[in-house]
Design a protein around this ligand. Sequence first.
Ligand code: SF4
Length: 412
Amino acid sequence: MDLLDTLTAKGLRGEVPTREEALAVLATTDDELLDVVAAAGKVRRRWFGRRVKLNYLVNLKSGLCPEDCSYCSQRLGSKAEILKYTWLKPDQAADAARAGVAGGAKRVCLVASGRGPTDRDIDRVTDTMAAIKEADPEVEICVCLGLLSDNQAERLKAAGADAYNHNLNTSEGTYGTITKTHTYADRVDTVQKAHGAGLSACSGLIAGMGESDEDLVDVVFALRELGSDSVPVNFLIPFEGTPLAKEWNLTPQRCLRILAMVRFVNPDTEVRIAGGREVHLRTMQPLGLHIANSIFLGDYLTSEGQAGQTDLDMIKDAGFEVEGAGEATLPRHRADVAEAAQAGGGCGTAASACGSGGGCGPCGGHSHTPAVTASAEPAEETTDSGEPGGELRSDLVKVRRRGAGTELAPNA
Ligand code: SF4
């Protein structure tokens, strides 16, 4: 197939395909799917070998968000019966992080719901990072606190953060349909602030919200232009109690095509299968490892993933290996770009137009069950409306009831 030969050749050279070529990947048939996976796999192995980076989520503050992101179970007015709790203490967060590192995670992702951190919140996260690094000095820490104000990224960097996550989520053209309380430009600004402060930029997308192929290609190219070092690909977990609860429109085959398109556009970038991996790829998860070089270990922010040991077994059975703490994730030339951005105080690749930004990531879903450590109620009711076609599939979505914010051991 000429398309795949072209994409493979470009990917092996670290070149980005045209927009038309990216769209053509999404339009391939099921009969062509294994050829698409094989082509993306060649590119993946060129830059990342057979390594799989494991990341571990610690939800520092769950629910109670004043923002209205329609995909999110923690949103304003969400009726999803997720865990709701305010800031974990540093030692509580460090305990959860330690479980993830013991399970093989190289990076710990500290996430808090909310529009953005106060300076006091930055202090809290600083204390939490110190507690984690005291126990595991080598662990990478990525922080995800929403929209950043001036100097907050610099404070996080000085406190030991390695990366900042803020997802673009969808195309600029459709962003206003999924969130009204902040803009795509706000997200771009935060990613630029993080990158400019010398933090590695982690910014990705959510597929399955009813977007078009063009929207997906738009956001993936924007992430490339932005210079994201890590691109988490979330597959929408349609939580009951959120406006997108019935938005079940992904198949495992569609997810693999999306991952392949993301890989071809970001040949030498960490591509991570994020929230929705188990829900949407299901038994096809191992094929995803041939495209992506990174996953979350264990549970997500508000939903439960498969057992951590099952993740490890899957990696081994598929012929991959867990990336060690001493191994570089990105190819050397990408590290050079990151260092140049840090030195120059700019974002992205050398000629980047600094495309877009990202914010706190969904990285998981929510569903039902009473809150374990509830400390407050959601701000107020909103339009919990607009349920598109499709059925609720609570059988596929399990609300997180263990780990951070509970008395039960984390899944790692
Ligand atoms: S994605 Fe983040 S900002 Fe948006 S509602 Fe959820 S927690 Fe709040």
